[in-house]
Design a protein around this ligand. Structure first.
Ligand code: FPP
Length: 257
């Protein structure tokens, strides 16, 4: 097995000129990981929180501008109460334990989603740490919490309608930039790479607008096993993609005669 000591981190092999600016991850497979070992599902979430720490640290080290993690979807509220409570507890623990490191490393915490649905204690902690890290200039860690892509687009449409009704915005002036301004992710670069773990090949209502030109990377690895080596593989694959944004390969090479 490849060593993951700091000197020989698999991330050191990456071509840093070909990294995504904004990486988004659907962290899937915590439950299956735990079940495959005969453990409770929550154990999978606990180990998944460890992967979150590793991936956040690695992305910061590599100099990515933004990392968005699908930590809790709108649909996840329908899970058994005990599991929802465990996830909220884990989130709180993560926020408390990572606060100082985020401040020290210039990581700014943001959230996407209807965070007003979170338990008051969790929401207050989240808001406190977003305020504490607001000066962070090196990377944005955007946690998608109580998030749904369709719900985000409906919210944006409503906010535009409110402005239009108030006479602050003419419907004719509504374009992509105006809609983007109403998304939770306002100010962040478009998603360049979307990773989904655990072998599922779905988008599951995640960042529907923001992934318009994203490269997709799917792996069978369960999220709790997704550490530096797996991240390096995904970033390596991204580096090898030709991103055409609707143009031809020849145009991009300046050879379109
Ligand atoms: C999907 O696995 C994962 C989630 C619904 C939650 C993600 C949460 C974490 C990674 C841990 C806590 C988060 C933070 C930010 C500290 P699943 O339960 O759907 O797995 P399964 O498909 O195998 O059942």
């Amino acid at each position: 097995m490849a060593s993951t000591s700091p000197e020989t981190s698999p991330l050191d092999r990456l071509d840093t000129s070909a990294l995504p600016r904004h990486l988004a991850v659907i962290m899937d497979g915590n439950g299956r990981w735990a079940k495959s070992k005969g453990w409770r599902r929550v154990r999978g979430h606990e180990e998944g929180a460890e992967s979150v720490r590793v991936v956040v640290r690695s992305c910061r080290k590599l100099g990515l501008e933004a990392l968005t993690l699908y930590a809790f979807s709108e649909e996840n509220w329908a899970r058994p109460k005990a599991e929802v409570e465990a996830l909220m507890r884990l989130l709180g623990r993560f926020l408390k334990s990572e606060r100082q490191e985020m401040i020290d490393r210039g990581i700014r915490l943001r959230a996407s989603g209807s965070v007003e649905r979170l338990p008051a204690k969790t929401r207050q902690l989240l808001e406190q740490i977003m305020a504490d890290t607001a000066q962070g200039e090196h990377m944005v860690l955007n946690l998608a919490l109580s998030y749904g892509g369709r719900q985000e687009l409906v919210r944006a449409a409503r906010r535009l309608a409110v402005k239009a009704v108030a006479g602050k915005l003419s419907p004719d002036d509504i374009g992509e930039a105006e809609l983007e301004n109403e998304l939770y992710t306002v100010g962040l670069p478009q998603v360049d790479l979307l990773i989904r773990t655990s072998g599922e090949l779905r988008v599951s209502n995640f960042l529907l607008w923001q992934i318009a030109y994203a490269e997709f990377y799917f792996t069978d690895t369960y999220w709790p096993d997704f550490r530096e080596e797996e991240l390096a593989k995904a970033l390596m694959a991204f580096g090898g993609r030709e991103r055409r944004f609707g143009q031809t390969g020849e145009q991009l090479k300046g050879d379109d005669a």
